[in-house]
Design a protein around this ligand. Structure first.
Ligand code: MTE
Ligand code: CO
Length: 402
């Protein structure tokens, strides 16, 4: 490449009708401001949507779809393409019909309306929400050929809400450290979960806005729980009741589901925190390299339920050698961090990997390390290093290296 030239850019003297001829969009007027009161992405981007995998679940009512993380950049997930996970479908609940009851070990059980919650001091925070089942199909071997499907049970939004501790104080809850907070939703599944008091008093939010707007129906309109860094299942949508209890309830969602079966058949429970993880979103199976050898950007996402991402390394040779990536900006706590490796591709096949580190010193494990510790019976909490094989044509494929 000539000094000072930009990858792929053509010399200005070449005749290109897009440069030399008057185009339609400059010859006529465009769409008026009164025609689209609420904007959708332009039609050329209509492939950037949530997708589900039909064979994964028996019915789309108790199912999951996936965020198109291969096609997004930055860190904020637009609500319209942020993954959904329902156990009994998304429900339509009007603000006027919304009630939140807080009872159990409290001085005064209270019922809050939506308006009551809006009158309390609120905060804004960006957090990722990752389903514990994200990457869960990959334990036994490379399965799904797309980062949307292997890693797309995640979204990252700016939430506006009232700290849970504010509501607990309002009812005079017993806030001793050995108490538990049981939360449930208004949908048929109720999705009840027990949260230890220490977490409930720390950073949990009762949220009513995401990315500045009202929550979408599918994300719990009008009010959902935000449990930063902890598995998505605890982020109860359509939040309807909070009970202060002496003991964990041991509901379905924290016994038969959302526990991790180990090699010897015993199950780990209370594995709430989502450990540090990263993945390259481009190139990836849905994002081949289309431009040939030369200058390119390798990009991806990293996150940790324990805190901040401090460093991400990228390997082009399946983990033999590593280069440190550039973080798009200083990582937020318990939020997605974007990383970039600005690099040159020589056109040879690559085994691309990313490896995240967080501010606790934790390093994302290889698939081998994770299997050695957890066996292969698990579904949840797979945070291992992902490998994409990129061939000389730039086509990427989900593979495993050993
Ligand atoms: N809350 C209720 N009430 N019902 C549900 O089915 N699904 C849980 C959690 N909260 C669920 C729920 C699961 S498993 C996850 S991963 C997150 O919500 C997903 O949130 P999202 O649909 O906004 O992506
Ligand atoms: Co989930």
């Amino acid at each position: 490449m000539a000094a000072g030239s930009v990858a792929g850019a053509a010399a200005a003297q070449q005749a290109d009708p897009l440069i030399t001829e008057l185009q339609d969009w400059a010859s006529y007027t465009g769409v008026g401001v009164d025609e689209v009161p609420y904007g959708m992405p332009i039609e050329f981007e209509k492939h950037v949507v949530r997708r589900n995998v039909e064979w994964l679940t028996a019915s789309p009512i108790s199912s999951i779809n996936f965020t198109p993380i291969h096609a997004l950049d930055g860190t904020i997930t637009p609500q319209g393409c942020a993954f959904e996970r329902h156990h009994s479908g998304a429900i339509e609940l009007r603000k006027e019909d919304y009630r939140l009851m807080i009872n159990g070990l409290v001085e005064e059980p209270l019922v809050f309306t939506y308006e009551d919650i809006e009158r309390l001091p609120r905060e804004n925070h960006v957090y990722f929400c990752e389903c514990a089942a994200n990457t869960g199909m990959e334990w036994a071997g490379a399965q799904l050929n797309g980062v949307q499907f292997t890693h797309g049970m995640i979204h990252n939004m700016e939430y506006t809400g009232v700290p849970l501790r504010t509501l607990l104080k309002a009812v005079g809850a017993d806030m001793s450290p050995d108490k538990w907070v049981y939360v449930e939703g208004a949908d048929a599944s109720s999705n009840g979960r027990s949260i230890p008091m220490e977490k409930a008093l720390d950073d949990v939010l009762v949220a009513f806005k995401a990315n500045g707007e009202a929550l979408r129906m599918e994300h719990g309109y009008p009010v959902r729980l935000v449990v930063p860094g902890w598995e998505g299942n605890m982020w109860v949508k359509w939040l309807r009741r909070i009970e202060i209890t002496d003991m964990a309830v041991e509901s379905r969602e924290e016994t038969s589901k959302y526990t991790d079966v180990l090699e010897d058949g015993t199950a780990r429970k209370w594995t709430w925190v989502m450990d540090a993880k990263s993945v390259i979103t481009s190139p990836s199976p849905q994002m081949p390299i289309t431009h040939g050898p030369g200058q390119m950007v390798i990009s991806g996402l990293a996150w940790s339920g324990h805190g901040q991402i401090t460093r991400v390394d990228v390997s082009k040779d399946g983990g033999i050698s590593w280069e440190t990536a550039r973080l798009g900006k200083q990582g937020d706590t318990k939020a997605l961090t974007r990383f970039y490796l600005d690099t040159e591709w020589d056109g040879a096949p690559m085994l691309l990997q990313a490896r995240a580190m967080d501010d606790t010193g934790y390093v994302q494990p290889t698939k081998e390390q994770l299997r050695a510790e957890r066996g292969e019976n698990s579904v949840y909490h797979n945070n291992c290093i992902q490998t994409w094989y990129v061939n000389a044509e730039g086509i990427a494929e989900n593979v495993e290296v050993s």
